[in-house]
Design a protein around this ligand. Structure first.
Ligand code: SAM
Length: 490
C-alpha cells in the first residue's frame, strides 16, 4: 500500500511559517473573497513556482514512482497561497476579504517555506491534508456520487477546480474506487483507503495540524457571531450577575497589572467592570486568538475612552509576555477551548510571585435533561462514533483546581454556583451552543462541510419539535459554574 514518508516535522514547520490549506473550511459561508485580478496573480505565481522549484527528484521524495498528475504541484501552491492569505485576513483583521498586501505576505511566506523545505514537501503536505478531507468525507458518507465528489460540493465547496486528479491518484494508489449503484457512479473508500486515512490522521494529529484546524474553525465561527453578548444574555440569564460575583470574589485592586485570557469581545472588561476596578493607575491586557472578537473589544474600549486597557492576539497556551509580568491573570469561559494544563502553566508563568491566577468556567454536567437528549440526539450519536479520537469538553469537578496545584499554585480556593441554561428559543439556542460556546467543535470539526450544515439545520428543526412538546419552563438545563483561584508561591 502507498504511504507518504513521515511529514510530521514538515507539517509543524508549515504551521510555524503561518501557512494554511483550505481555511474556507472554517467559514460558514463560501462567498467570494478575492478580486478576479488577484486570482490571476495567484495563478501566475503558482505556475512560476512550479517552473522554478519542481523537479523529478522532489516529486520522487514524496510520491516515489506514482504518476503525479501534472496539475497537482500547481494546485498545491495555488491552494496554499490563497488559503494562507485568507487566514491572514481572518487573523490580522477579523475578516475574510483578501487585498494585495495580504496576498503578497502569503506569497512571500509560501516561497520562504519552499526555499527551506522544498516544493516536494509542500506538495506532500497538500496531498496528506486534502486526502484526509476526502477520506474523512467518504468515511462519513460511505459513498459519494462521483459527480459530487469531483465538484467537492459536500466536503470542499471552497475549491474552484475539479478533484478529478485526486480521484485518479486515489484510484492508482488503491485507496479509492468507483462502484456503480443504481446506475450511478459512486466513489468509495477501499480497505487500503481506511488504513491510509488512519495513518494520515495520526500524522496530522501528532504534528498539531488537527488542533490548529479545529481552532481555526472555532475562531471563524465566533467571527460570524456578532451578537454573542445578546445571545448569551438570552440563553444564560445569570451570566451577568455571575461575572460580577467573580469580579468581586477576585479582589482585584486599583493599580494592578492584569491579563485577561480569552477576553473575547470584552464583556468581562467593560460590562462587568474589570477595567474600571483596575483603574487608570493600573493596566489590563486582553488576549484572544479571534481577531474579530478583539476588533469588537477595541471598539468598545474607544467608546468608553479607556486608555489603560490594550489587546494582543494570542492563545493562552502561548502568552507573549515574560515570566512574572502580571499581578493577576484571569479569564472567563475560555478554558474549554484550550489545553487545560498548558493554559494553566502559561498563566502561572507570567504571574508575579504572590500574584494570582483565576478562572470562571462551566463544569461538565453530570446528567443531560430528557428534552436535551431528544433534541441533541444526532450530536450524541456523533459523539459515540468519534469518541475514540478524544473529545475535549468542559472541565469536571476538581480538574481545574488539580491543574492549578500541578502548576505550583497554592492556597487554591474554589467556589461552585448553580445556574441554568434556557433553551426556549430553538434557533438561537442551536446557534449559541454550536458557534458561541464551542461545545461541539471537536465533533463538528470531524464532520464534512455539507453534513455539518445539515446537522445544524436538523438541530434547529428538532428544537422546534421539542418546543411544541415541552412547556417552556421545562426547557431549562441546570449546570454549575466554578470559580478557581490560586496564588503563585513567593
Ligand atoms: C465563550 S467566549 C468567552 C469570552 C469572554 N471571556 C466572555 O466572558 O464573554 C470564549 C473565548 O475564548 C477564546 N479562545 C478560543 N481558544 C482560545 C485559546 N486557545 N486561548 C485563549 N482564548 C481562546 C475565543 O476566541 C472566545 O473569545
Amino acid at each position: 500500500m502507498f504511504q507518504f514518508p513521515d511529514l510530521t516535522d514538515a507539517i509543524r514547520d508549515f504551521l510555524h511559517f503561518g501557512l494554511a490549506i483550505s481555511p474556507w473550511l472554517v467559514s460558514p459561508d463560501t462567498t467570494e473573497r478575492f478580486d478576479a485580478e488577484l486570482f490571476h496573480l495567484i495563478d501566475y505565481t503558482a505556475k512560476d513556482f512550479v517552473r522554478l522549484y519542481w523537479s523529478t527528484d522532489s516529486a520522487q521524495l514524496i510520491f516515489t514512482n506514482l504518476p503525479v498528475p501534472e496539475r497537482i504541484p500547481q494546485t498545491a501552491i495555488y491552494e496554499t497561497i490563497a488559503s494562507t492569505a485568507v487566514q491572514y485576513s481572518l487573523l490580522q483583521r477579523g475578516e475574510f476579504f483578501v487585498d494585495e498586501d495580504l496576498l503578497s505576505q502569503a506569497i512571500h511566506q509560501v516561497e520562504a517555506f519552499i526555499a527551506t523545505r522544498g516544493l516536494g514537501t509542500l506538495v506532500g503536505i497538500y496531498a496528506i491534508v486534502t486526502s484526509y478531507e476526502n477520506h474523512e468525507a467518504l468515511a462519513y458518507y460511505g459513498q459519494i456520487p462521483e459527480r459530487i465528489f469531483i465538484s467537492g460540493k459536500w466536503h470542499r465547496p471552497w475549491i474552484d477546480y475539479s478533484l478529478g486528479d485526486e480521484l485518479m491518484l486515489g484510484a492508482v494508489t488503491g485507496s479509492l474506487r468507483l462502484v456503480i449503484k443504481e446506475r450511478q457512479r459512486m466513489v468509495e473508500q477501499t480497505e487500503n483507503g481506511r488504513r491510509f486515512l488512519s495513518v494520515n490522521k495520526y500524522t496530522l494529529q501528532k504534528s498539531g495540524y488537527l488542533d490548529y484546524r479545529k481552532n481555526m474553525l472555532q475562531i471563524a465561527h465566533l467571527h460570524h457571531m456578532q451578537d454573542f453578548d445578546d445571545l448569551e444574555a438570552l440563553l444564560i440569564p445569570q451570566s451577568a450577575p455571575v461575572r460580577r460575583e467573580f469580579l468581586h470574589w477576585l479582589g482585584i485592586t486599583r493599580g494592578m497589572q492584569v491579563l485577561e485570557a480569552g477576553c473575547g469581545s470584552g464583556t468581562f472588561l467593560f460590562s462587568t467592570g474589570l477595567a474600571e476596578q483596575v483603574g487608570r493607575s493600573g493596566h489590563v491586557v486582553g488576549i484572544d486568538p479571534a481577531a474579530g472578537m478583539l476588533a469588537h473589544a477595541e471598539l468598545t474600549r474607544r467608546l468608553y475612552g479607556i486608555d489603560w486597557v490594550s489587546f494582543k492576539r494570542a492563545e493562552v497556551e502561548n502568552i507573549p509576555f515574560a515570566d512574572q509580568s502580571f499581578d493577576a491573570v484571569v479569564g472567563v469561559a475560555f478554558l474549554q477551548f484550550s489545553d487545560l494544563h498548558r493554559a494553566v502553566n502559561e498563566m502561572a508563568r507570567i504571574t508575579k510571585n504572590g500574584g494570582f491566577v483565576a478562572s470562571l468556567h462551566p463544569l461538565e454536567p453530570d446528567d443531560l435533561p430528557d428534552f436535551y437528549q431528544q433534541w441533541f440526539q444526532p450530536i450524541l450519536d456523533l459523539e459515540a462514533k468519534f469518541a475514540p479520537f478524544g473529545i475535549k469538553a468542559f472541565p469536571k469537578g476538581e480538574e481545574v483546581a488539580n491543574a492549578f496545584s500541578k502548576a505550583n499554585l497554592s492556597s487554591i480556593e474554589t467556589k461552585n454556583i448553580p445556574i441554568h441554561l434556557d433553551f426556549h428559543d430553538p434557533d438561537k439556542a442551536t446557534e449559541f451552543f454550536i458557534y458561541g460556546l464551542g461545545i461541539f467543535q471537536e465533533l463538528l470539526a470531524q464532520v464534512p462541510w455539507q453534513a455539518r450544515l445539515d446537522l445544524i439545520h436538523e438541530l434547529k428543526k428538532r428544537g422546534e419539535a421539542i418546543k411544541a412538546r415541552y412547556h417552556s419552563n421545562e426547557l431549562i438545563f441546570p449546570i454549575t459554574v466554578q470559580m478557581v483561584k490560586g496564588f503563585r508561591k513567593e
